[in-house]
Design a protein around this ligand. Structure first.
Ligand code: CTP
Ligand code: CA
Length: 228
């Protein structure tokens, strides 16, 4: 049941959310990924839907149920995620990037399984940098003269506030959300640091769903002034 007590603060908005890790193949059966659980992104998709938005959730490989009323697109690699996001944001008004996108992918993924050759020699993997989905989408939509309110997430192991401020400016986005350490992969609760042009504010430890609902209203109150 869509919680009817949630105020419909995002009614009329189309919110695109990325969630989970990406998977970067090195051959047909192996690849590089990370421990992102996808829980925060799925909670945000659910909260945005409860707040009345149409929601598209672009998910990397995770085992989580799709929130009710949310349109889900499953992808594996960062390149696939970028394509799916670019298709989805065409008519979107908000983009929330929670995915833990692999920063690098194997430079030449093999068509066939890489075999041991019996000599004891180990393969050497070369990497190339993946596209920055958030930065690419934020820039691209701005260049098209479209108003897409972009929200980034950052998990840092040190100096969260400084890194979050710098990351917000580097990505060219109005709102960046920091995960307040320790790194909370897979856990059901979290605490967040909201960084915008005015400064930083903490959302104290709570369930990811409760935080997602708070974040949905934080986004909603910023939309009108940001649009000008
Ligand atoms: N992000 C993205 N595409 C990438 C890398 C990151 O869309 N290729 C998004 C993430 O979803 C997140 C934000 O950018 O919302 C910050 O991700 P993070 O990994 O913290 O930042 P990076 O720019 O990759 O910098 P670094 O990992 O070196 O700190
Ligand atoms: Ca990164």
């Amino acid at each position: 049941v869509v919680a009817h007590f949630q105020p419909k603060v995002l009614l009329g908005e189309h919110v695109v959310v990325t969630a989970g890790p990406t998977f970067e193949a090195m051959d047909p059966i192996r690849g590089i990924t990370n421990h992102s659980s996808g829980k925060m992104g799925f909670a945000i998709a659910r909260a945005a839907r409860e707040a009345g938005a149409r929601v598209t959730l672009v998910a990397g490989p995770v085992h989580l149920p799709t929130p009710r009323g949310v349109q889900r697109v499953d992808v594996a690699s960062a390149q696939q995620m970028l394509q799916a996001v670019q298709a989805a944001v065409a008519d979107a008004s908000v983009f929330v990037a929670t995915a833990a996108v692999a920063d690098w992918r194997p430079a030449d993924p093999q068509m066939h399984k890489i075999k041991k050759d019996g000599s004891g020699q180990t393969p050497v993997l070369r990497f190339v940098e993946n596209p920055d989905i958030l930065h690419t989408v934020a820039q691209g939509e701005r260049a098209r003269g479209r108003q897409l309110f972009c929200v980034g997430f950052a998990a840092e192991s040190e100096n969260l506030l400084e890194h979050a401020k710098a990351k917000r400016l580097r990505k060219g986005i109005p709102l960046l959300v920091g995960n307040i350490g320790p790194l909370t992969f897979g856990q059901d609760d979290n605490s967040l640091l909201l960084v915008d042009e005015h400064g930083a504010r903490e959302l104290p430890r709570a369930s990811k769903l409760a935080l997602a609902r708070e974040l949905a209203s934080e986004i909603a109150v910023r939309l009108r002034p940001w649009r000008g």
